[in-house]
Design a protein around this ligand. Sequence first.
Ligand code: DGT
Ligand code: CA
Ligand code: CA
Length: 572
Amino acid sequence: MMTNGEIAKMLAMTADLLEIKGENPFKVRAYRNAARIVENSSKDFDKLVKEGFDLTRLPGIGKDLSEYIKEIVNTGKFHKLEELKKEIPQGLVDMLSIEGLGPKRVKQIYDAFGVTSLEELKKYAQSGELDKLPGFGPKLIEKILKGIKQLKKAGIRFLWAEVEDIAEDLREYLLKFEGVEIVEIAGSYRRKKETVGDLDILVVAKDYPKVSEYFIKYPEVKEVHSAGLTRSTVFLQNGLQVDLRAVSHESYGAALHYFTGSKAHNIEIRKIAISLGMKVNEYGVYKDDKKIAGESEEEVYKAVGLCYIEPELRENRGEIEACRENRLPKLIKREDLRGDLHIHSNYSDGANTIEEIAKKAIELGYEYIAITDHSKRLKVANGMDEKKILRQFEEIDRLNEKFKGKIYIFKGCEVDILEDGSLDYDEEILEKCEIVNAAIHYKFDLPRELQTKRVIKAINNPFVTTISHPTGRILHKREEMSLDFELIFSEAVKNGVFLEINSQPDRLDLNDVLIKQAIEKGVKLVINSDAHNLKSLNFVKYGINQARRGWCEKKNVINTLSLKELKGMLRE
Ligand code: DGT
Ligand code: CA
Ligand code: CA
């Protein structure tokens, strides 16, 4: 299965590598446009290709692009990209994931110094030689050095959202095999951690060696590391490691508990068992060498005197005490969301019209949405000006008439927080917005005190509804800003400003730890998609995952309120 995102990524990567190679700019642009068309399309190309649909009937898709998409869906590969990857050193490809380094600059670096690895790049950046290239100021050099560090630290962890389809496909594949009764993906994947190191799959099956044989034949497998009597390990095409373990029925619960982790949670449980004169391992709970539990997780917890603890909470962050004191949270669910308050339309850098978004939102069962396009400073993201936003609001008025009783569209904006904490629109515009998402999009590296002041000034602005993506981090790319959240939380509560859990899979900020702290301080949260096309309205499921890891209940999140309740709250 290929998602549009994956197809688009291959096309965009082809454009980048062609550019590094110094190919004809028109050709480069053609691939880049192709990537954008695929990414923003609401059609499921994988499905269309498999149904034999003629893609050239869709707007924007010519004969070439149609062939590319077909090839990628049918083979999982794109031959032009494969050829380019053979020609271009991996180190240069890696450099593309450093913030601030696009194909143009990577080419510049390569042409000037012949650098082909991150190690070499680091040396040139540190020695001051990189500064000599036009356009490479000290700021950029600093960014590059930070980026190299981040890449190394990230190792080859994958975003949770990146492995989701792979994991679910594998689950389906394994369940198809005769004699397989249960397949469960444990580890950090089951705990819904924002990034996962590898997949840990448990199977209950009649004949494990046969399952293992079948497992290593999975089409995405690139390399079989081991295939043993109860355990096999493979690496997939994208480098992801997958462990498969055989488990018996009698031990299933104990194994699931053990391999779900986290390690820190497991260690605590083991300590409790020992204090009760028991022993816990992946086979069961034992007292006086007699097995007293193991078939289900509930049983395992019960044997050591605890209640069931949801996987997302198993991080040894107080879940065991909370269970003992009967105050485990009743975690929020996706169905609890009744609207989405951060969505971009084609007025700024979104792909869709407001009407298309509204229709999709109705399909998703929402009662309301907010259209929040970028303010004027963000020229790169097609930021709006005063005239444009007023025109947009007129359209929203018209659409609200049209969709009366079906959905309500809030007039909103995502307004830039400027360096001094003031906002990128004047009062005349802000007072016309029902939802004002204030966000930082530049100067991420101000010292802690100044950065905190900047955010707090925005929180104190009477027009601000929400601080969006409050830490500014991009997983694997950009470190979070240095901020005093203790202060920010108390100011947010005082001013009735919401803090966002941004659901973009590489943002997911606030993160789990901050969410838990925010809730303890009484901060109200909002889980938003920050969608730029129809498909990414579904990102909220990742935001929900993160919220659950942060002990979030329905009552902590304002977009679980009904339209009426929310409007009442906004008026306050
Ligand atoms: P990851 O893969 O780095 O995202 O994180 P996990 O949590 O999936 O860790 P992984 O794959 O190394 O191991 C899966 C689970 O197995 C882990 O969550 C807990 C359990 N486990 C692994 N090693 C140990 C250990 O040394 N002691 C205990 N108690 N449990 C362990
Ligand atoms: Ca794992
Ligand atoms: Ca593992």
